[in-house]
Design a protein around this ligand. Structure first.
Ligand SMILES: [Fe+2]
Ligand SMILES: [Fe+2]
Length: 473
């Protein structure tokens, strides 16, 4: 295991210095990345000291240090988890053979597509969150936003390293293209739909980091099982960073819920909006929206691509190696509810073709646990309101449920009935405008928080909540 070299222009633990060609390629890409960060990264605050964590080791214990850093000086670099000696491919048609240290020729295109698709999400989310610093509910939240942003930038580096180190000319072209596409751009959009949606307010940000970053967790988890060892090691370290993003999302929504419950109780008519807060119904609608958008990211329920990814050993299931017995999956089936002749019927799908759905269900179960914790917080705040995760069929735009309308409970309904209820189930323009109206300016005094959210129950890295997480003077 090579220690992290922080003296190098590009911090790394892959012994970059010994590969001059790759080093030159990455050093050429670095200024383009910094230009992109300057143009599309957080608006404002770039000259400010932010209390950020930086990776200093690829080991799970004590891997990061916290200190004030100006974002453009963040040490973006290339960090892979330790190599597992004699690692074998754990699943698919090549199970038991040694893991690949080079790209297997027959899977080159497929593998590159997997990496580019993952890579594209990383800069996209930074672009989506670009203006949120202007309206941060506290310095603590401002710091968390920037932590997420710099680490998504780091994840882009992680993927660009793979493209440049292992995919030759096309890899270099793809690395450049990652800095050309833009979230929401009509001509050069990001690849996946959820990453072209707007993220204009903090309730959206917290839902995004809960549900969309959590999709990232499951995609990275599936790729961490990959038979292509450099990808597996890259993703394993990314997962370490990702945990904080999920924390930011979950606790963010939880603090909004707690505050909304308080303000609802305070109001004579039980209307949180009258008290300058966000009503719980609106939060439920945001949850419905971002959960359903994030479900689409897993791909079709019945998918020959998914079967190919699994058969080739490139993308496994969540915890493939430790959780499952059968890693070949040619005889097994997965029951999938399919809409036929006006009703849902369970259909047996060959398991390999259902791998997207298997991963999506893992994800949905995890989201359910998050909602459970939110509901316990609501209970503690004395509220009888409960957040409910909609069915995985609700409001889908991709996969087998996209052509038929479903209620939040997952029952097939007419599109007229869906439209009649749209404003009850999903955020309306008026809801979005109301939420945005609460967030017209940032709250930048240490220890203060905006009216519509509860303070955090503790600070970062043992610091108190009122710590000066971003120095604005
Ligand atoms: Fe990421
Ligand atoms: Fe993330």
């Amino acid at each position: 295991m090579t220690a992290i070299d922080y003296e190098a222009r590009i911090p790394n633990n892959v012994d970059l210095a010994s590969d001059k060609r790759l080093q030159r390629a990455l050093e050429k890409w670095q200024p383009a990345f910094l230009d992109w960060w300057g143009a599309m990264g957080p608006e404002g605050f770039q000259g400010r000291d932010v209390f950020l964590r930086t990776a200093v080791s690829a080991h799970a214990d004590g891997w990061a240090v916290f200190d004030y850093v100006k974002m453009p000086d963040y040490r973006w670099g290339i960090f892979l988890s330790d190599r597992v000696p004699d690692r074998k491919i754990a699943f698919g048609d090549h199970a038991g053979l040694p893991a690949w240290q080079e790209v297997p020729g027959e899977y080159r295109n497929m593998l590159q597509r997997l990496i580019v698709t993952q890579a594209d999400t990383e800069p996209a989310s930074v672009e989506q969150q670009r203006y949120l610093g202007q309206t941060a509910p506290s310095l603590y939240d401002l710091r968390n936003l920037f932590q997420v942003n710099v680490e998504e930038g780091r994840h882009l580096w992680a993927m660009v390293y793979l493209l440049q180190a292992y995919f030759g000319r096309t890899g270099h072209e793809e690395a450049d293209a990652l800095l050309v596409r833009r979230s929401g751009d009509a001509d050069h959009p990001r690849i996946l739909d959820a990453f072209n949606q707007k993220c204009p307010d903090w309730l959206t940000f917290f839902c995004f980091t809960t549900f969309t970053d959590r999709d990232g967790k499951y995609q990275l988890g599936a790729l961490a099982e990959s038979g292509f060892d450099p990808l597996a090691r890259t993703c394993r370290f990314m997962l370490t960073e990702e945990a904080h993003h999920l924390f930011v999302g979950e606790k963010g929504v939880q603090r909004v819920l707690t505050r909304s419950a308080e303000l609802t109780a305070l109001d004579p008519n039980g209307d949180a909006r009258n008290q300058g807060g966000i009503d719980l119904d609106t939060i439920q609608k945001y949850v419905n929206y971002w959960f359903s958008y994030s479900l689409d990211l897993f791909g079709g329920e019945i998918s020959s691509n998914a079967a190919d990814f699994f058969a080739s050993g490139l993308k496994g299931r969540w915890k493939e190696e430790s959780k499952y017995e059968d890693h070949i999956c040619t005889d097994a089936v997965q029951m999938v509810p399919v809409y036929r002749d006006g009703r849902l019927v369970e259909e047996a799908v060959p398991l390999r073709n259902a791998m997207n759905e298997v991963l999506r269900q893992e994800y949905a179960d995890d989201c359910d646990k998050v909602v459970g914790r939110w509901n316990r917080a609501l209970e503690s705040a004395g509220s009888s309101f409960r957040i409910k995760l909609p069915s995985t069929r609700f409001h889908r735009r991709q996969g087998i449920y996209a052509d038929q309308a479903y209620s939040p409970d997952g029952e097939p309904i007419s599109s007229e009935l869906f439209e009649a209820n749209r404003s009850r189930w999903l955020p309306t323009d008026a809801d979005r405008a109301y939420v945005a109206s609460l967030m017209t300016r940032g709250v930048y005094e240490p220890g203060k928080v905006a009216h519509w959210i509860s303070p955090p129950d503790k600070g970062i890295d043992g610091r108190p909540a009122e710590f000066e997480y971003v120095r604005l003077t």
